[in-house]
Design a protein around this ligand. Structure first.
Ligand SMILES: [Zn+2]
Length: 111
């Protein structure tokens, strides 16, 4: 996951230093997980003009401790689900190959 993610729709219509509407983003750093901020529309390009203002109030210390752990657990579970899905596809392919081989052998034995 990247350090921030953007969403559309900015309450208050804040403009950045390059006179474009700022973009509401969500921080995913360990020190501010899930905290939203408004940044330049070119934030991905070395943070654009450098405009930055927090949209959400500071997070409590408990949230800063708990949320990163939950995010790590979520990423681990998502990775395990991806691996399980990949294994499922392999087993289905192997099963199809087995059925085809059985059919070929069965037809060959009848000849
Ligand atoms: Zn800007």
């Amino acid at each position: 996951m990247s350090a921030s993610s953007a969403t559309s729709g900015i309450p208050g219509q804040t403009s950045c230093y390059c006179n474009h509407l700022g973009v509401l983003r969500t921080s995913w750093t360990d020190s501010n997980p899930g905290r939203r901020f408004i940044g330049c529309h070119k934030w991905q390009e070395a943070h654009g003009c450098g405009f930055f203002v927090w949209f959400d109030p500071p997070m409590c210390e408990r949230s800063k401790m708990v949320i990163p752990g939950l995010l790590r657990t979520l990423r681990r579970v998502e990775d395990e689900a991806k691996r399980a899905k990949k294994m499922d596809r392999r087993f289905k392919t192997l099963l199809m190959v087995t059925w085809v081989l059985c059919a070929v052998v069965g037809i060959w034995c009848m000849i």
